[in-house]
Structures are given as C-alpha cells and as structure tokens.
Design a protein around this ligand. Structure first.
Ligand SMILES: [Zn+2]
Length: 359
C-alpha cells in the first residue's frame, strides 16, 4: 500500500466515544502538533514532549481538559509551546494556569504563546513559565491564510459557529522534494550525488543558490555539466506529487454559513477527522446542541470528498451502538470510512461483567 503521507504521521489518541485528541507528527524531525486536548491521561510522556503547538477547536471541557495532563509533562522544560484557539481562549488558558501554585518555578520552565484566531486578526499573549506563567499581551497581527508552520506542516483555520466560536483546521504537507525519473531521462540527467545538493537547496528555498554541477549523458558520453539555474532545473524535473492534507472538523451546527466555510477549507483533504456526535434519529439533539449527526456528515462528505474519513466524537449515549453509526454513513465513491473502537483504553472489569464471563 502506498503511504498516504510522505512525512506526516497522524495518530488519533482517543476512541470513537472518548474526548478527542489528534497528534500529527513530522517524522523526519520528530516534532508534532496536537489538535484538541481531550482524553490525554493515557498518553505517554514521549508522545507529549515532541508537541510544539496545540490547536484547540474551542474550550468546552471535552476538548480542553487534557491540557492539565499535557502541562504536567512539559512545564519544567525549556521551550516555547504555541497554543491556538478561538476568541476568548487566552482567558481560558489563564484560568487553567491560575488553578495551581507555581512558587517553585525555575528560570528554565516553559513558556506558552497563546494565539486567539479572530475573523480578521490574531491576538497573541505570552504566559512566561519562569515568572509563574504571568500573562502579557504580545500584540495583534492581521490574520493570514496560514496560521502556523512547522517544517513540512502548514496549518490554516476557519472560524465556525457552535453556539460559541469554534475552529476547524486544515494541515497540509508541504515542501515535498520529488523528481520524475522520466523527465530526468528525457534531459539525459543521471542520478547521483548532485541530487543531494539539489535537495538541500530546495529545502533552503534556493537561498544563495549558484551554479550546480550535474551529471548528464550527451551523445552517449557521460559528462559533468554546470547548470546556472538550479531552481529552474528542479522545476523541469519535479514529480507530480500533490500535497496531502488532514482536515479536522468538530462541534459545529449544521448551518449554511458553517457548511460553506468548512467545505471550502476542507475540500479534497486526504484524511478528514470529523465529528458524528449523533445518529440520524436524534437529529433534533444535534440541532439543539450545535452538533452534527450522521445524515449531516453524509451531506458534507458529498462536498468535501476526502480520500479517508475517520468519524470521531460520538456521543457517550451510544455506548455499545457504534455499528449503527457506521451503518448510517454513506460516503461518496472514492471515500473510505476508517473504523476504530469505542474506547481506546481497556474498560475496567466490573463485577457484573465478571459474572457473565463465568456463566
Ligand atoms: Zn463543544
């Protein structure tokens, strides 16, 4: 099976019914981002340490309560961690941080940079660990299309309506170095060490890129040749790879405005991680709580057309009924539904269950 992503490695750390948490790792640099901070108490420290940024859709408890588990693992290490959330998010982060005594803070403790994504701009705040996570305002900047970059990852966001503002995210895998062997052969280029140099310049955005010595077959003779424009050469031989992407959509009302914005942001993603909070018979519950039901998601999948769809965040009221969710989903041709267990961590063994085992 061909790999869906070249460098990115998404891992969903929760079960279908657990509070959501998605981690996306950039494999070559062993760093990652986290989207939503739900059930985290079972996540090992080695998974949290590489997290450089957390994207929180909204501060309802089931999407943000894992922040304490994260904080516990990283607060005493010297680094800056970016947190992204909707308007008002800095107050929520501050309230969580103020819930503890930090009189033992050390100069090497971590700092959180909190970025609130507003409609037209981004408001940033700093919570400085060495000073007991004291808050200071950093400033307001116009909101660009890309809100965050980490090596191969680019993240963009959209503000949607969940009764309160909620964010949806698209993570795109960028900076893919890929050459087409047929295009190279047509130019007589012979693969060799020079391609390593070409790749290095590609990842440095062709900064100070001068002449490049390549190996080429000319009239049946292998020669070294100096190329003046290395970037131009790459443009001629680059492969057709189109960037893979991951969409994350949860806790939105099924409203025309939400649909239009979400479908535009997430159109054609490789993998969509998306909420199916309710079954279709309970559509009224989805409407009153500003959530999606399976029928709503079927309509959205028709427009978004992801390659893979991972339904998440099923209401706890459906415990033991997840088969019904998968039966109700009818994706368009070309979309594959991914299944996972209701809970990721094992269930406790209750005495009533034990009696059934021995019957
Ligand atoms: Zn919510």
């Amino acid at each position: 099976m061909t790999r869906l992503f070249r460098y990115l490695e998404p891992t969903y750390f929760s079960g279908l019914i657990d509070d959501p948490c998605l981690v996306i790792r950039d494999r070559p640099i062993h760093q990652s981002i986290m989207i939503d901070c739900g059930a985290l108490s079972h996540v090992a420290k080695r998974e949290m340490k590489p997290v450089r940024a957390i994207f929180v859709t909204h501060a309802h408890m089931d999407h943000f309560m894992g922040f304490d588990a994260f904080l516990r693992q990283v607060h005493a290490s010297p680094r800056t961690i970016d947190l992204f959330g909707p308007p008002g998010f800095a107050d929520r982060v501050e309230a969580r941080l103020r819930g503890y005594d930090w009189n033992l803070a050390e100069p090497y403790w971590c700092t959180f940079m909190v970025h609130e994504i507003h409609q037209f701009d981004v408001h940033s705040f700093r919570f400085y660990g060495p000073d007991a996570f004291a808050r200071s305002k950093v400033g307001v900047a116009p909101r660009e299309g890309i809100i965050y970059r980490l090596n191969h990852m680019e993240v963009s966001a959209e503000l949607l309506d969940h009764g309160i503002p909620v964010l949806a995210f698209r993570v795109v895998e960028q900076k893919i170095f890929q050459v087409d062997p047929q295009k190279m052969a047509a130019l007589g280029l012979i693969p060799g060490e020079w391609m390593r140099e070409l790749k290095r310049r590609f990842f440095e955005d062709w900064k100070d890129s001068g002449q490049l010595k390549v190996v080429r077959r000319v009239n049946d003779e292998v020669q070294e040749q100096l190329i003046e424009d290395a970037q131009g050469l790459y443009n001629k031989i680059q492969g057709e790879y189109s960037s893979a992407s991951i969409g994350y959509l949860t806790d939105i009302g099924f409203l025309a405005g939400n649909r239009e914005k979400a479908e535009r942001l997430l159109n054609g993603v490789t993998l969509l991680v998306g909420e199916c909070a309710f079954l279709q018979d309970d559509k009224h519950k989805a409407r009153s709580s500003h959530h999606l039901c399976t029928a709503d998601m079927n309509e959205m999948l028709e427009q978004i057309r992801p390659k893979y769809f991972l339904p998440v965040h099923l209401s706890k009221t459906y415990l033991g009924r997840s088969d019904e969710l998968y039966a109700e989903l009818s994706p368009p041709t070309g979309t594959t539904i991914l299944r996972m267990p209701e809970h990721l961590t094992p269930m406790p063994l209750y005495s009533c269950d034990a009696m059934q085992l021995y019957r």
